[in-house]
Design a protein around this ligand. Structure first.
Ligand code: PMP
Length: 427
């Protein structure tokens, strides 16, 4: 155990998750690469969804941040804040939500907390529908709507949460159903649930479940749910913390892939939009956003420095059509991984959209999750210069691939080759 890891274990909580038997200390990055403290270089196939949406150390963002740091960083409330107004205008426009208002926070958790505050206040009930296998953050209310119980450390919650089928289907009672029957069964379940409760405030859902292993509901499921919920005025909250800003390639927002009749009532976002600076936020039409009748502020949500980063990063993303890049390069990568998977009995499925790709592992010849091989693949990929993620609940058996959106074709091929080698050594 190296010295920093030993010190980490002495002073930080045991439940702060770390990857690898010998955790990495990342010291710097550039483009799609990062370096560790020993000078080893890695192709980063995971940091794109954590912090770094476009590229590591993107000069445009670095310049905007350092200029802003030399000018002013002050409270984002009480005084007018030009970069916050400018980013809010751009985000409101991009959201497609009519008469949209935007509130900036410091994290995805705080964004979802705010969405829950709005939905429960607007609808005057604290009952929330959430998907099984979901992840929505780490605050007291966010863990109370997190269906993935390996990330939900308390059963107590200020909310009354009802979990809805449809989050995951690779195993369990619905695994054998085809898409149409699966959708019908889940809708039936939802109707049954609603028949036994007062109408909830909202349903919160990730368009593609992130921590849950990059699993996507089948076409038509969310659209069918939305129709049922709209009959009772129940709001739709799309948690776009992982899926927003073009990551899924075909669409700018993840919810757009699901054939719903219109934009969600509330959208939450966070992670990479600040390319490392902490930006989270909530978008809702003004009637919902303005339902709070007391003051509510976030001192650090929307500071000039984070907003400067967000503006520079968003401009780069749009000017360089990184959504199109995610579609093209992500499409090639998915194809390449599917070819590799076809030769390996331990790879059950390669799934995803754009540059959000999940690789589900099983014990060969069975349908059983294979968390040991998932960890072995992570270690082996790291040894050969590739960082990937994993996800999927207690039996974490899915590899997660989410590079910065500027990934090149050559880098995609290089990463796929390393991953192929790691998979072949595990199976
Ligand atoms: N929602 C989703 C879908 C997430 O993936 C995450 C983070 N993994 C969050 C919310 C919470 O975001 P944060 O860690 O910034 O609080």
């Amino acid at each position: 155990m190296n010295d920093l890891y030993a010190r980490h274990r002495q002073v930080l909580p045991d439940w702060l998750a770390l990857y690898y038997d010998e955790p990495l200390e990342i010291t710097h990055g550039e483009g799609r690469h990062v370096w560790d403290a020993e000078g080893n270089r890695y192709l980063d196939f995971f940091g794109g969804i954590l912090t770094t949406m476009t590229a590591h150390a993107l000069p445009e963002v670095t310049k905007a941040v350092s200029e802003q740091a030399g000018r002013i960083i002050h409270s984002s409330t009480l005084y007018l804040n030009r970069p916050m107004v400018e980013l809010a205008e751009r985000v409101a426009h991009l959201s497609g939500i009519p008469d949209a208002r935007v509130f900036f926070t410091t994290s995805g958790t705080e964004a979802n907390d705010t969405a829950l505050l709005l939905a429960t206040t607007y609808r005057r009930t604290n009952t929330i529908l959430a998907m099984r296998n979901s992840y929505h953050g780490r605050s007291f209310s966010a863990v109370g709507i997190t269906g993935n119980k390996s990330w939900s450390p308390t059963a107590l919650s200020p909310l009354q949460t009802l979990y809805v089928h449809g989050g995951v289907r690779t195993r369990g009672p619905y695994a054998e159903l085809n898409d149409r029957d699966f959708v019908a069964a889940c809708v039936e379940d939802l109707r049954d649930l609603l028949g036994h409760t007062r109408p909830p405030a909202a349903l919160i859902a990730e368009p593609i479940q992130g921590v849950g292993g990059f699993t996507s509901p089948p076409d038509g499921l969310y659209a069918a749910f939305r129709k049922v919920l709209q009959e009772q005025g129940i709001l739709w909250i799309a948690d776009e913390v992982q899926t927003g800003w073009g990551r899924t390639g075909e669409h700018f927002w993840g919810w757009q892939a699901h054939g719903q009749s219109g934009p969600p009532d509330i959208v939450t976002f966070a992670k990479g939009i600040g390319n490392g600076m902490s930006i989270g936020g909530v978008i809702a039409r003004s009637e919902i956003m303005n339902c709070l009748d007391s003051n509510s502020i976030s001192t650090f949500g929307g500071t000039q420095i984070t907003m400067a980063a967000g503006l520079a990063n968003l401009s780069y993303l749009l000017d360089h059509d990184l959504q199109g890049n995610a579609r093209r390069v992500g499409g090639l990568l998915i194809e390449r991984l599917r070819c590799i998977a076809a030769q390996l009995p331990g790879v059950r499925e390669v799934r995803g959209r754009g540059l959000m790709i999940g690789v589900e592992l099983v014990k060969p010849g069975t349908d059983e999750a294979d968390p040991k091989s998932a960890s072995a693949v992570l270690e082996s990929a790291r040894e050969n210069g590739l960082l990937i993620g994993k996800g999927g609940g207690h039996n974490t058996s899915a590899l997660r691939i989410a590079p910065p959106l500027s990934l090149t074709v050559a880098e995609a091929e290089e990463g796929a080759a390393i991953l192929e080698q790691a998979l072949r050594s595990a199976y």
